[in-house]
Design a protein. Structure first.
Lengths: 295, 756
């Protein structure tokens, strides 16, 4: 018979000590990836589990001094979707959280779970990349932060060490010179219960003359992890964005994509969709930036 | 006709979660069963060793083919055994079954069963499988027994034709000839409730609770394969969580019964979603359709040849009769004087195909109706004009010679075109597509017992099976109307083969068509007796009486009344019961050409055909190929509509399922195995995807059905995928020739058209 361990700490201190003495344990929050994978036979249910859903310390959004936002690991996609602060300043995160799964998935699924599950198709991945988010981790008495871009290292793989618990992601402030707009868009075959076929997040910062002083673009589901599209960003920086430039920037994203063939789409199709999604995400980010009042 | 606001009796318990399904059952001492599925498409079994599994603590029984009678069964061709018998022919073949104290132990035991098997190359391409040099899926096919009249050869388990008129002369007289090829991927019924079976023995008798749409077919299957009298087999169907044909025919009842007998305890088997995709022999056929149509300059379709290759998978199941249907669908609801249509039903090493809702209908109509648009275009006719010019009318001769009556085809076309406002779209990337289709009603024997209680309420005891469509629930309406009582005073006992008389079950859109006739006959009998008793008491002629709200009145004479309850009580006091049996017989099919067409065993003609036209307004994103259906209208000729709310519900559900088949639902195979047997990548339409749907009925009066009604359940799923295809072609100028018309396929077709 299979021996199972299931631990359910009620506060962070208890979680710390349980993790310290149970290094091979798997952490479960909403269970929308882990339980579904076990049920479908994709991955067996881990024999040792720590369920962290009762750790109130990890729930919710907190403004950071300096204007950033700290998102507790147990914050759900539904919480993100409903947050006015996120919609106002980190709009691409808002777009992405509203697209995850179904209302039921968004009610249960957490930001920490989405990040640690590290799917190449994760909706929050590209927005976290363009916002230069950082991941907070604790282990025993230790605490460290890792840039999101170096936290996810492959499909289903992160740089978290055994015994480490992700506690939050932190979005730095976007305040500063000029007007910022961001957006996340994905290609979907149906309008609910969908997973990204190809996704793109874009951020543009415009000066008072509508010139692009910063551009950040990231791609979803076209490489082993979500990736920044540096060439696209380079095309846009310092320029006034018109349709021609937008198209050139979108085409430049193709080099960042290394898509695979799978049942959802062929690599050729995915590759061809990258510029389409980048163009659309950029256009929406641009429109949002322009709609902001000049400071 | 009937109460238009009738709320079905099982509605409340279903929406409040009180309804119990087969998987919810718990019996004392019950074990959990699991099947070992082959997991590979084609192999020769050398040895199966169950010893390790048997010895695992908590395991009570392990069985294989060695534990059941050695015989072949099958509805059209007796080509299969309960468990793999030396050969694995598809990945979902059941190799062994385990019963254990818990589902977890059962799963662990499956891992311990050793199957030593030599892989064989899988036969996967049905067209190649027809070639003489192809490996045979059933090398011993010629020794199998089969339906009389089936034409079989090698991997072709049913060759079917329609031959009408003079095809060569027809093409010679045509001004234009259009040839096209369309292919369809496999798709699935996907009921939200997967298969579940619970079996319990008491002496020589077994009771099996099963998710069956056809409990009497399940009973015969158990009796045949376990070699016992049908009287010792009782099938009970708790609430059924959808079927869509996937739960037609005998499936797994005997496997579980055999397992329970070996274990000496009740056993429950509940399928997971993966097994539900691969194991039941009920998928929509992958089909290749070659069409060739000759048309005159003035738009008359005068000749059509078609070759249809249906991939039936590892076993024939009920697919040979579906090939007959496919040929009728290839002719379509059109008056084409010269036809040469052939269909091959081909074995491959895939999950067997069978009677999923309107089997072959959506796929063949999708091909034929896109072809109809292309044929019209060649002579300058739009989608409306080409159809109106050629649709069947009363008095026309059908494809196999039947004389058409009660044909609402043209009225449906006019109604659909009016509802959707058919005209070229002014919005870039948007267009309207039309599709017409026909289908049959299915005459079958049926019977019901009606009991009126002394309080004036009534109970129907029927063998008909509810699949969730509401067809059985609607029987109460028909009885109530005849008896003059409220439908909520009529209860229905169904879902038990020991209670009701034989019934074909929830298949062939036949419940209302046949059991409805039996209900009306029983209720009419009881009504006559009520009126006769009341006429005596009220001193009036029975002809002057009416029954309203459970009370018999003398028409025009207020105050002179007698309740139905009083009639029943008076009879009872006199030593009699107010009961009746009603029966419906399967009337003859319309006259037809008979033997001049080959292999026509079940459908030499279409009884009481129904007609439809559906129209879709679709938006296509040219950059991505993503298509969205914005609006769909459905005009249906169901003869007389007896339960308008129920019929509308059937149309709405069928339309959404058909759109799914059109755009997103398809199975990808790699090396003979399904790549996407799960709901993440087998993409059903969601509520968010459902368009606005408007439904209108064109009433005609059918010949055989109750009060002129025709079958309703299947026709709604046939035309929408085709209408969406025509809309996509019209919006983009590109035709997608593979079903489902996924975004990548639309995108590729648009690119190819751009490069021309």
């Amino acid at each position: 018979m299979i021996e199972r361990t299931y631990l359910e700490p009620t506060d962070l201190e208890q979680a710390r000590s349980m993790l310290a003495s149970n290094e091979s344990v798997r952490i479960v929050a909403g269970g929308t990836d882990l339980v579904v994978a076990a049920r479908s036979g994709k991955a067996p249910l881990p024999e040792r589990l720590i369920a962290i859903h009762r750790l109130k310390e990890l729930v919710g959004l907190q403004s950071e001094t300096g204007g950033g936002l700290r998102i507790g690991a147990l914050t759900t996609h539904g919480d993100l979707e409903a947050s006015a602060a996120v919609a106002e300043s980190w709009t691409a995160m808002s777009d992405a959280s509203a697209l995850v799964g179904s209302p039921a998935t968004r009610h249960l699924g957490t930001v920490g779970g989405n990040v640690c599950n590290a799917s190449p198709a994760m909706e929050l991945g590209s927005p976290l990349l363009i916002f230069d988010a950082a991941v907070e981790l604790i282990a025993g008495d230790g605490f460290r932060t890792v840039p999101f871009g170096s936290f996810v290292i492959g499909p289903g793989r992160t740089s978290a060490l055994p015994g480490e618990l992700m506690t939050a992601v932190v979005l730095p402030t976007l305040q500063g010179h000029g007007r910022v707009g961001s957006a996340y868009m994905r290609l979907e075959y149906r309008q609910a219960m969908e997973i990204a076929i190809v996704g793109a997040a874009a951020l543009v910062r415009l000066d008072n003359a509508d010139r692009c002083i910063d551009a950040r673009v990231a791609l979803t589901a076209v490489a082993p992890t979500c990736v920044r599209a540096a060439d696209t960003e380079e095309v846009l920086r310092g320029k006034t964005i018109d349709d021609g430039l937008l198209e050139r920037a979108a085409q430049a994203a193709a080099v960042s994509a290394k898509p695979i063939d799978d049942v959802r789409a062929g690599a050729d199709y995915r590759r061809a969709m990258v510029p389409v999604l980048v163009r659309r995400a950029l256009a929406r980010a641009l429109e949002r930036a322009k709609s902001r009042r000049l400071s | 006709v009937s109460n238009p606001k009738y709320v079905r009796a099982d509605g409340l318990e279903k929406v409040t979660g009180q309804a119990r399904y087969a998987a919810d059952l718990l019996l004392p001492g019950m074990l959990e069963g699991r099947f070992l599925l082959a997991g590979r498409p084609h192999a020769q079994i050398k040895r199966i060793d169950i010893e390790k599994a048997r010895r695992l603590p908590g395991v009570v029984a392990v069985i294989t083919q060695a534990d059941v009678p050695q015989l072949r069964y099958g509805s059209a061709v007796k080509d299969r055994t309960l468990f793999a018998d030396g050969v694995i022919r598809f990945e979902g073949e059941v190799v062994a079954a385990v019963a254990a104290r818990t589902a977890e132990i059962a799963a662990a035991a499956l891992e311990l069963i050793e199957v030593d098997a030599e892989p064989l190359p899988p036969v996967t391409d049905p067209e190649a499988a027809l070639q003489a040099e192809s490996r045979l899926v059933h090398p011993d096919w010629s020794s199998y027994t089969a339906y009389d009249g089936l034409v079989r050869s090698g991997n072709d388990c049913a060759y079917v034709t329609i031959a009408k008129g003079d095809i060569a002369a027809g093409f010679a007289g045509a001004d234009e000839i259009i040839e096209e090829r369309y292919t369809c991927d496999q798709s699935h019924p996907v009921p939200i409730e997967p298969h579940a079976v619970v079996a319990q023995w008491q002496g020589e008798k077994v009771t099996i609770w099963s998710t069956s749409q056809v409990p009497f077919a399940a009973r015969s299957g158990v009796a045949e394969t376990l070699q016992m009298p049908e009287s010792n087999v009782r099938i009970v169907v708790p609430h059924l969580g959808g079927g869509f044909g996937g739960k037609c025919e005998f499936h797994f009842e005997a496997h579980v019964a055999a397992l329970a007998r070996k274990a000496g305890r009740p056993v429950r088997v509940v399928f997971n979603r993966h097994d539900e995709f691969v194991a039941p022999d009920k998928v929509n056929h992958p089909i290749v359709i070659d069409l060739k149509t000759g048309i005159t300059r003035d738009g008359a379709m005068i000749a059509r040849s078609a070759r249809i290759v249906l991939d039936t998978g590892a076993y024939a199941s009920d697919a040979p009769s579906i090939a007959e249907i496919a040929t009728m669908m290839a002719a379509g609801p059109y008056d084409i004087p010269n036809l040469d249509i052939t269909a091959h039903t081909v074995y491959t090493n895939k999950t067997p195909a069978g009677s999923v809702r309107a089997p072959s209908g959506p796929q063949v109509a999708w091909a034929v109706e896109q072809h109809t648009d292309e044929v019209g275009r060649r002579v300058g006719l739009n989608g409306y004009e080409i159809r109106m010019r050629n649709l069947l009318q009363d008095g026309d001769e059908g494809p196999t010679g039947q004389r058409m009556t009660a044909v609402g085809a043209r009225a449906c076309l006019d109604k659909a075109v009016e509802l959707i406002g058919y005209r070229p779209s002014s919005v870039q990337g948007e267009a309207i597509g039309l599709a017409c289709a026909w289908w049959f009603s299915f005459p079958a024997a049926s019977s019901v017992n009606l009991k009126v209680n002394t309080d004036g309420s009534a109970t129907l005891v029927t063998g008909a099976q509810e699949n969730g469509s509401g067809a059985v629930m609607g029987l109460a309406l028909m009885a109530a109307e005849e008896l003059g009582i409220s439908p909520d005073r009529v209860s229905i006992l169904y879902q038990d083969t020991d209670a009701g008389a034989w019934d074909m079950g929830s298949s062939g859109s036949q419940t209302t068509f046949n059991n409805g006739r039996a209900v009306i006959a029983a209720a009419a009998d009881v009504r006559r007796r009520i009126l006769s008793i009341a006429a005596d008491k009220l001193e009036a002629s029975a002809d002057d009486l009416e029954i309203v709200d459970g009370v018999v009145h003398v028409r025009g004479v207020p105050g002179t009344t007698m309740s139905v309850a009083d009639v029943a009580a008076a009879l009872f006091a006199g030593g009699e019961l107010l009961t009746a049996q009603g029966t419906a017989i399967a009337g003859p099919l319309p006259d037809n050409f008979g033997a001049s067409c080959s292999g026509r065993v079940v459908f030499p003609a279409f009884a009481d055909p129904t007609f439809t036209c559906q129209a879709a307004r679709v938006a296509v994103d040219r950059d991505t190929g993503v298509a969205r259906v914005l609006e769909l209208v459905a005009a249906h000729d169901f003869g007389r509509v007896l339960n308008p709310d129920g019929a509308r519900g059937q149309v709405e559900g069928g339309v959404v399922h058909s759109i799914g088949m059109g755009l997103t639902e398809g199975t990808t195979y790699r090396d003979g195995r399904q790549v996407n047997p799960h709901l993440l990548d087998y993409k059903l339409q969601t509520a968010a995807d459902a368009p606005s749907i408007r439904v209108e009925f064109v009433e005609t009066s059918g010949v055989m059905g109750p009060r002129g009604g025709k079958g309703v359940g299947e026709p709604p799923i046939i035309a929408a995928a085709a209408a969406v295809g025509n809309a996509i072609a019209s919006a983009t100028g590109a035709r997608v020739r593979q079903l489902p018309m996924t975004a990548p396929r639309i995108w590729a077709a648009v690119n190819a058209a751009n490069q021309k």
